[in-house]
Design a protein around this ligand. Structure first.
Ligand SMILES: Cc1cc2nc3c(=O)[nH]c(=O)nc-3n(C[C@H](O)[C@H](O)[C@H](O)COP(=O)(O)OP(=O)(O)OC[C@H]3O[C@@H](n4cnc5c(N)ncnc54)[C@H](O)[C@@H]3O)c2cc1C
Length: 485
């Protein structure tokens, strides 16, 4: 696992810069503080540079294209699954008003969410892992959400693409099978119904799967999947119900460009987009997926704080074959090697892209076969790569012999290709918590290939942090403070 490289480096600059933009209010004399930052858990700096000679000028943005100030309690930056679930949680659990801002529109082909395959599985998660508790909490919140839609007379399958398929994590070598037996035991001990299956039992569960000698699988019967795009549409619908009472608004196609803050040590007063200034009385939450690092770096520069968080885009392809009848799947299926690929570190100098393909196969509620998936470090590149799609298809054929008889070229008219950028963190954990030096600014990003599954637990954690509620899950593995150096 790559070392954590979270650098929170406040840069002391006694020549205070005027704010790039601030809200209309009388500003106090400059009270520039280097504030307090933690390294290795210890307070390393508390340097205060108070000066009375320099005074902030309230420099308003003069561009006529910027609209008047809109004021909310909370501004959420990013309308992927993380931002939208955070907005929903605020709307349901408080009386606060919420604005969601996005550089684009949800699932528009830029972020990760619209490309997500939709499995919310526990089969490939590890009970000793620091994310386990969050994953368990999230799973339970997703179950509750699906149940509640049903209780309200709606169909979670239609609304969310919700499906209890169960999942099989498949190994093809003795070593992998041994590992999967242990995994099934560990999952059972941690309270998840799980068992190891092989031979005729595995064949009867999943007849299309090639079951030869040594093939075995960890089976979790209660695992779920959803359709990320339907889930997003549903979340937007729920959130918009609060719009008529003035508690919710969306600002799409408006990249956030600046944080508004009236002095260097105080709270964030709002954000500036390319078109609007949005005040936030309570909190701002950065949930901009793989853009969060770059965005936070740029936003914090205005306050002479260098905040480098190492979230990186990790490109992924999915191949969706519409109304696919040649193969039937009874469960969600993933190869055992997926776990190692997911956890692999950043590319090396000799192999910076680090392409990996691991077989994941799901069938959605519309009968589409979804095959994944690839992982590559290619910056923010979003180009579809036919070579990667062929590799995904060939890999799937190793597990499902029926596919080898089909020429994938003949499926071009009935295929959809999804490309997305997973927000990768070198230590494999999302960042959830307050941003050092900004008392009312929070981040929720870096969920890599687990953002759909971890979304509801993340949203609950962020909202409880902002509201000062007791936390349901220990947040310490995820905070920036615990990982800065
Ligand atoms: C191929 C693939 C398959 C996957 N399968 C699964 C799966 O089965 N299960 C699972 O749990 N997870 C899966 N994932 C991972 C999951 O999709 C992500 O972890 C999750 O979508 C991340 O959500 P997010 O909201 O953090 O980021 P995103 O969805 O990327 O959203 C971030 C948003 O921030 C916006 N933004 C960026 N900059 C700015 C700015 N300056 N101002 C305003 N807005 C901005 C972007 O436009 C974007 O809409 C998969 C991912 C991929 C790519």
């Amino acid at each position: 696992m790559a070392a954590i490289t979270l650098n929170v480096t406040p840069k002391l600059n006694t020549k205070a810069k005027p704010l790039p933009c601030s809200l209309p209010k009388t500003l106090p004399p400059l009270n520039f503080s280097r504030s307090s930052f933690f390294r290795n858990g210890a307070l390393i700096q508390s340097l205060s540079a108070k000066t009375n000679q320099s005074r902030f000028e309230s420099s308003r943005v003069s561009s006529s294209s910027i609209n008047a100030l809109h004021s909310f309690d909370v501004v959420v930056v990013g309308a992927g699954i993380i931002g939208l679930t955070i907005a929903r949680q605020f709307l349901l659990e408080s009386n606060l008003s919420v604005a969601v801002v996005d550089a684009s529109v949800p699932c528009s082909g830029t972020g990760a969410t619209g490309a997500g395959q939709g499995y919310l599985w526990m089969v490939h998660k590890t009970p000793e892992n620091e994310k386990w508790e969050l994953a368990m909490r999230s799973r339970s919140l997703w179950e509750t959400l699906a149940r509640e839609t049903q209780d309200k007379g709606m169909n979670p399958s239609d609304l969310l693409g919700w499906k209890k398929t169960g999942s099989l994590l498949v190994g093809r070598t003795t070593k992998e099978s041994e590992m999967l037996k242990r995994r099934a035991d560990e999952l059972s001990a941690a309270g998840i119904s799980a068992e190891f299956v092989s031979g005729s039992e595995l064949h009867s569960k999943e007849p299309s799967l090639l079951v030869s000698e040594n093939v075995g699988a960890a089976f979790v019967p209660d695992d779920y999947q959803l359709d990320a795009r339907r889930a997003v549409a549903y979340l937007e619908k729920v959130n918009r119900q609060y719009a008529p009472e003035g508690r919710y608004a969306e600002f799409y196609n408006e990249p956030v460009t600046k944080l508004l803050r009236s002095d260097y040590v105080g709270e964030v007063d709002g954000v500036l987009t390319e078109k609007n200034s949005l005040g936030c009385k309570k909190a701002v939450v950065i949930a901009a997926g793989c853009w969060s690092g770059k965005l936070m770096h740029n936003l914090m520069q205005d306050f002479n704080v260098m905040l480098d968080v190492p979230v990186k885009p990790r490109k992924g392809h999915l191949l969706v074959l519409e109304n696919f009848n040649s193969l039937k799947l009874n469960h969600g299926i993933m190869e055992a090697g997926y776990v190692a690929h997911k956890d692999a570190g950043l590319g090396s100098v000799s192999d910076p892209v680090q392409t990996s393909i691991s077989m994941t196969a799901t069938m959605d509620t519309s009968g589409n076969l979804i095959l994944g998936s690839s992982r590559q470090f290619l910056g923010f590149d979003m180009e579809m790569d036919e070579g990667i799609l062929n590799s995904i298809w060939e890999r799937a054929g190793e597990f499902f012999p029926t596919l080898r008889k089909i020429n994938v070229e003949n499926l071009r008219n009935s295929r959809e290709v999804r490309v997305g950028l997973r927000p990768y963190m070198p230590d494999g954990k999302p960042m959830i918590g307050q941003i050092p030096g900004l008392p009312n600014a929070f981040v929720a990003a870096g969920h890599e290939g687990e953002g759909l599954s971890l979304a509801l637990g993340t949203a609950e954690m962020v909202v409880d942090m902002v509201l000062g509620n007791p936390l349901k899950v220990d947040p310490s593995p995820f905070t920036l403070q615990s990982r800065s150096h």
